[in-house]
Design a binder for this molecule. Sequence first.
Ligand code: SF4
Length: 328
Amino acid sequence: MAKKRILSGMRPTGKLHLGNYLGALENWIALQDEYQNYHLVADYHVLTTDLSTDEIYSNTIEMVTDWLAAGLDPEKSPMFRQSKIKEHTELFLIFSMLITKARLERNPTLKEQVRDLNIENLVYGHLGYPVLQAADILLYKGEVVPVGEDQLPHIEITREIARKFNTQYSPDSPVFPEPEGKITSFARLPGLDGQRMSKSVGNTILLSDGPEIVTQKLRKAVTDPQKLRKNDLGRPEVCLVFTYHKKFNPQDIPEIEADCRSGVLGCVDCKLRCASKINEILAPILEKRKTYENDLNKVIDILHDGESKAGLVAKQTMDEVHQKMTIG
Ligand code: SF4
């Protein structure tokens, strides 16, 4: 039986942090044997909130280098830039005729972004973001899309567009599947200050951070504010470092929890233990990253190769679309 197709993508924001790894990348790596994967560098999507293109290329290379270093296998899963495969924009145009403005305005994810980013004048492309995303997914006939909870409304829009196209142009033999969202199992990892992890805030640990940097960063992480001295009794349930231990050092959790509560363990030692676990996890990623950093042409070749493979699939889909629509 043919493997199901998965489309997963990220905007090229440069070097990835631990939150990106746990929230998405780790999941992609786990799925790469079970499914036929396509990994999209969503570079046009960047323009919805930032018109500057100065760093898109360098950010793409950094991000793809992290993908490879973390264990994505380009032989199993083509990696490619959205802007290099023109069929994305053509299908976006066609799909934009199949959904109303009112439907896009009801999108709860958009409403949240407008509020969180303080957007006063929403651009047309941002309103249509889920339509481009639908084109990204359906161009490869993606049946499964790994997403966070907040992206589920976009998958619903993709399903509606697929249904509308099939009903309108191909009622007897659907061209597009109605994809399912696959929720990422791990909840968001907070940043070192306890807020949402984000490079713009400077509260991240990067996958490319060396051991000393990780240790330095962890030293500054917030803990239980009531535990000021080593012997003070701590409350692990309100401590960020404990959250990190739960993820990166689960086997030591009972001991850390008991020693924190009883005042046997101080925060400095606890943070050092946490840093050492994170460094253990990052060590193989760092080593692999170095080999790619020393040969960036290899990363570029991998992208070109992925773009050739993805381009063939995209062309096939558009041939089918043109034929069904008797246009194009
Ligand atoms: S000892 Fe560890 S778990 Fe307890 S408050 Fe300090 S850093 Fe947090």
